[in-house]
Design a protein around this ligand. Structure first.
Ligand code: NDP
Length: 324
């Protein structure tokens, strides 16, 4: 019998219940996998609270994992039993075993262990599209990245440094600022105690940033817009403090003809070709040691509620995994 974390109603971490589940056999185009490591992401919190609604209840949260293929459904020719695979973006991850669409998993290359794969697929592919596609970051780019000691944040600092950007990073508290700096940030701002707009102005000599990557949402809006140059790009890719309320688009004109986008990993990896290109680029930087995946802790799956308390309580840094 497989085990999973099930949610029967939206709410706090206490709604995450450890249960026995029947997984069944793979249908056409699917594979069954035994998961060896399960990635934990802030989006799992949005799913649990209902900020991002589920199609039906109860549901198994979790959008990322790694493991071994144990059975193939009809028509699956690209994988075989025993392959090590990983995925990001398909719900139902908090489970010891699961079914997956074969075309949404990728093979884990040699040299990348399962825990690292489970920790990096969602956050790493997110960083890849944000830095390489949403805005083409390069040596001339000055960017602001909030929550830079977090899972996505540490990967972003390392990758953006490799691309040659000037990285202004924010984080909550001196320890987290030190972590962001060690990950490659050029400048760090403790946004718990410092006014980040004033500090960005000071650091850039008044020129401000080409692009702001904001996953905080409510608490950093609209101040994040004030960190941009005229014609700069505001990338709102998360809501750790709550969603940004509707606002008058005129504010974008007033602050310098700014651009705004609200991207998602799902849209950037919707085709098999995009998924493979994104995953391969990520595997490449990890295998070359350009990006190191820092795993804060590997928790037992049955402790999912504690994991959520730690993540929402801003107690974690880097990536988090759970093990069955
Ligand atoms: P993190 O490890 O970054 O954890 C969230 C961090 O946000 C905290 O550690 C904290 O850092 C900061 N934070 C600021 N305000 C709050 C608050 N009120 N409550 C909780 N945390 C707060 O998580 P992830 O790496 O998993 O994800 C980072 C962000 O990226 C999330 O917002 C997530 O939704 C988003 N994301 C978006 C994707 C997309 O495609 N659009 C895909 C993947 C992630 P500090 O203490 O330093 O402020």
């Amino acid at each position: 019998m497989a085990h999973a974390i099930s949610v029967a109603k939206y709410g706090g971490p206490e709604v995450l219940e450890y249960k026995d589940v029947a997984v069944g056999e793979p249908g056409p185009g699917q594979v069954k996998m035994t998961q060896t490591a399960i990635g934990v992401n802030f989006i799992d919190v949005y799913h649990r609270t209902g900020l991002y609604q589920q199609p039906s209840m109860p549901f198994i949260p979790g959008s990322e994992g790694a493991g071994t293929v144990t059975a193939l459904g009809a028509g699956v020719t690209t994988l075989k039993v025993g392959d090590r695979v990983a995925y990001a973006g398909s719900g139902g991850g908090y489970s010891t075993e699961r079914l997956m669409a074969a075309d949404r998993v990728v093979k884990i290359p040699d040299g990348v262990d399962d825990k690292t794969a489970a920790a990096m697929m969602l956050q790493g592919m997110t960083v890849r599209y944000l830095l390489r596609r949403t805005y083409k970051v390069g040596p001339g780019t000055t960017l602001l990245w909030h929550a830079a000691a977090g899972g996505v944040g540490q990967i972003a600092c390392q990758w953006a440094k490799h691309l040659g950007a000037t990285i202004i990073a924010t984080a909550g508290g001196p320890e987290k600022c030190a972590i962001a700096k060690a990950a490659g940030a050029t400048h760090v701002i403790d946004y718990k105690t410092e006014n980040f707009v004033a500090r960005v102005k000071e650091i850039t000599g008044g020129k401000m940033c080409d692009v702001v990557y904001d996953s905080i949402g409510k608490d950093t809006f609209p101040a994040s817009l004030d960190c941009l140059k005229p014609l700069g790009l505001f990338v709102s890719f998360g809501n750790a403090s709550g969603p940004i309320d509707a606002f008058n688009l005129g504010i974008l004109a007033a602050k310098g003809s700014l651009y705004v986008t609200r991207p998602s990993l799902a849209a950037y990896t919707s085709t098999r070709a995009d998924l493979e290109e994104t995953a391969n680029d990520l595997f490449d930087v990890v295998k070359k040691g350009i990006v190191k995946i820092n795993i804060f802790k590997a928790y037992p799956l049955k402790d999912a509620a504690q994991v959520h308390r730690d993540l929402e309580g801003r107690k974690t840094t880097g990536s988090i995994v759970m093990v069955p």
